[in-house]
Design a protein. Structure first.
Ligand SMILES: Nc1ncnc2c1ncn2[C@@H]1O[C@H](COP(=O)(O)OP(=O)(O)OP(=O)(O)O)[C@@H](O)[C@H]1O
Ligand SMILES: [Mg+2]
Ligand SMILES: [Zn+2]
Length: 329
């Protein structure tokens, strides 16, 4: 299934915006440089003069234009050379006043070799994943807002260390994971009871990874599985192929696994997502309240054996939602 035309429109606007931004940058560069070094303005006018004459001559076609054409071309090239050397003498790179392109392949036209350029398809994918993420609180959580003092530092937990120590380790693991993010990359399963910061830390990772320019999709298992089901049975109205996007996005954050309604269809969708992503070494972050044994019981051996290769931080402590409320009273 392809993408909705709405996403193509959005991508086209995005590419036009890039063109406009780049011309603005060039314009500013030119104004600044020409104010400081007026000879640059003279050269620019001389170059556009010869270019204008060239065009007029080509359109003319009367008589033998070849010698005049050669002369003009030589003049034009000499002026361009002069511009470059002048720029360097004035302390700029020689291509400082060349057109700026975000995509060198298609020069920001969105088309290369008569086909849509990869930069255009990236913009289409981005538009589609923005739509999937539009209901998520992606910008609300960050590592800086994660407060370790919510976790007890006095009593050892059943895992040995105090909750604070364990959560500090989890926090550092997530931070490092986000900072070192690259492809291919490993996956994480965050598990633990409610309100301990799983969603908070996975959204913190997501925003760092997005910032680095990777595509990220965040969603809760109940919501994403429902979408896939709707699309599978042909009741979707949004033109998005959610399953395909979840499989292909650079990072998938699948929140609240186990909170969805139990169904064979969901288990097989989940298996497809996980298996395809792992086969292409794409990382997935999964959050769940379930124990490993419960995961195996619910999703079967094929899924749990894939999950067993992930990093598996365990979240401990008391429900931060409740602690926060108390602190603010
Ligand atoms: N260490 C923390 N510092 C600051 N805020 C936190 C911390 N841990 C959790 N919170 C906040 O508490 C609330 C609950 O945390 P979060 O949603 O991350 O829990 P969770 O582990 O995902 O729970 P659930 O299993 O119910 O989904 C959120 O508003 C979150 O921002
Ligand atoms: Mg959560
Ligand atoms: Zn391009």
């Amino acid at each position: 299934m392809g993408f909705d035309s709405r996403f193509y429109d959005k991508a086209e606007r995005e590419i036009k915006e890039r063109q406009a931004n780049n011309s603005r940058i060039l314009e500013t560069r030119r104004n600044d440089a020409e104010t400081k070094f007026p000879e640059l303005a003279l050269l620019r006018r001389a170059i556009s003069g010869t270019s204008g004459k060239l065009i007029a001559l080509i359109a003319d076609r009367s008589g033998d234009i070849k010698p005049r054409l050669d002369d003009l071309e030589r003049e034009n090239l000499a002026l361009q050379d002069k511009l470059r050397s002048t720029l360097v003498r004035c302390g700029y790179p020689e291509d400082y006043l060349d057109p700026i392109y975000s995509c060198k392949i298609c020069r920001d036209t969105g088309i290369s070799d008569g086909r849509l350029c990869s930069c255009f398809m990236e913009a289409v994918k981005k538009a589609a994943s923005d739509e999937l993420n539009s209901s998520s609180p992606l910008k609300l959580c960050g590592f800086d807002e994660f407060d370790l003092t919510y976790y007890d530092d006095t009593e050892p937990t059943s895992l040995g260390a105090t909750a604070r120590k364990i959560m500090e380790k989890n926090y550092l693991l997530c931070r490092k994971y986000a900072e070192d993010f690259h492809l291919p990359y490993e996956s994480i399963l965050m598990r633990g009871r409610t309100g301990l910061g799983k969603t908070h830390l996975s959204l913190s990772i997501a925003s760092v990874v997005l910032e680095k320019g990777y595509s990220v999709i965040y969603g809760s298992a109940p919501d994403l599985f429902r979408r896939i089901e709707k699309e599978h049975f042909g009741n979707a109205d949004n033109g998005v192929d959610t399953l395909d996007m979840l499989i292909k996005t650079d990072l998938l954050v699948l929140d609240d696994l186990g909170a969805e309604f139990e169904s064979k269809f969901y288990v097989s969708a989940f298996y497809n997502i996980l298996n395809d992503r792992m086969n292409s070494s794409l990382p997935t972050i999964i959050n769940t309240n379930l124990e490993l044994s419960e995961l195996e019981k619910r999703y079967g051996e094929r899924i749990s054996s894939r999950i067993s290769t992930m990093k598996k931080p365990i979240f401990v402590g008391s429900d931060v939602r409740i602690l926060k409320e108390r602190r603010h009273k």
